[in-house]
Design a protein around this ligand. Sequence first.
Ligand code: HEM
Length: 485
Amino acid sequence: LPTTTLDFNNIQGDILGGLPKRTETFFLFEIINATKFRKDLNKLIPLVKTVAGVLKDRKDIEDHRKKRLPGLLRLTGVNISFSHLGFIKLGIDDSSLRPPVDPHAGVLDPFELGQKIDAVINLGDPTKHNGDPDWDESFLRGHIHGVIVITGDSHASVNKKKSEIEVIFGAHTPNASLKEITSIRGDVRPGDQAAHEHFGFLDGISNPAVIGFDTVINPGPRPVNPGVLVTGHPGDPFEIGRADWAKDGSFLAFRYLFQKAPEFNTFLKKHPISEDGNGKVLTPEEGSELLGARMFGRWKSGAPIDITPFKDDPILAADSKRNNNFAFEGERSSQFKCPFAAHIRKTNPRDDLEVPPTGTGSVEANRIMRRGIQFGPELTTHEKAMGITEHGRGVLFACYQSSLVNGFQLQQQTWSNNPKFPPFTGKPNELPGLDPIIGQGSRSMSGLDPLNPEAQLALPNFVVPRGGEYFFAPSLHGLKGTIAA
Ligand code: HEM
């Protein structure tokens, strides 16, 4: 592997390492006194966990486990990011965050646009009659200047850290430099559903391995150049020309996504697949399980259907040497094993794009580092019985990349919402359709029934976007030398 030097003491920890967490609060704030905020920020900086800090945490967690000490190690992590409006409010020139010469001539940069506008013109979020996205009020007022991400082992630890941060900025006092817009808390789900999202599928299996950071590279997609995620390194499309303070940072796309889990379960029950690809007749339960697996591209266990298309394999799912080692290879004309539009094929099409003749070369530039967490309660008995959502739940989706245009925005707009993606050479009727989980627009897809892949199934909306924003997570050097004063 080529070598590259990443300064682990300069890069915020969530980007490459991932802040360890059972629970996480996204503290969205408005800056009300810029001069004072820049002074106060000096006191927050020592709390900001870097990549080096995360690596130390990992070691401490491992020691704690080896010593068989009871409970979870008490840990918290703090990271901070700013929106374009935040930089304006602070009087900081953030022009080197956008491309020096716009290669997408005429297309506005999503970071500058802000997600509220991007959601309507590019992401396909449903809108209200006044043209705004149909979001929670807190995200519509246009005052989100930044987010402080606070992770920890428990609500008590995170609440304590949050209070400490509020004191630093004088929040709730006449001398406040920031105002809380809203704080959204996410929690890892309980028991055997830990690491599973609310539809029941194991998440967080496939994130890019990063050259210069990861020491263990499991079989699967090629490791990416660090600049795909971290600005100012090889792989950053604007590697040259970023201001010094804008290097070693990353763009954070945050999305407040609600999941209609009872409705999703009812849908699976109503449309069981009758026979698997080998012609074996399935029970209704088996048929519903297979339908769900074909919508995601993985079984609930996490086992990829490209390797084990018709039978779950929990042992494979748990084996990090095998559970990501597939590429939809040679399957551009076939959705026998995995539908073209399955969530993981839409968002990481692997050989659908990697290999000539029709491949564009590489998906490396389009990869993102996902760092989300679940929010909301477990399903109640009443919700299960009625098949209707009564309590808000979903994912606080968060991902990092050096280019929002190449990463999150493209995955949502150009891939998930586009019925013709991935490029396929199957029959014309096998138009892939939309990503059944996150696709926005006229929702249907083909390929769910392995023996009748041309059948298009209409899909209700199971994921409802209710807010979000784009942020930039600067380096420690940038925070100290440019943003704080
Ligand atoms: C993978 C769930 C939203 C991008 C996955 C996986 C699950 C999942 C279960 C498989 C586990 C894994 O491969 O790590 C969900 C749910 C969502 C959601 C329930 C919304 C409520 C999104 C969004 C994006 C996205 C908004 C980006 C626009 C990805 C990517 C992968 C993935 C890139 C990994 C694909 C791969 O490398 O094979 N998601 N996801 N997801 N998701 Fe999502």
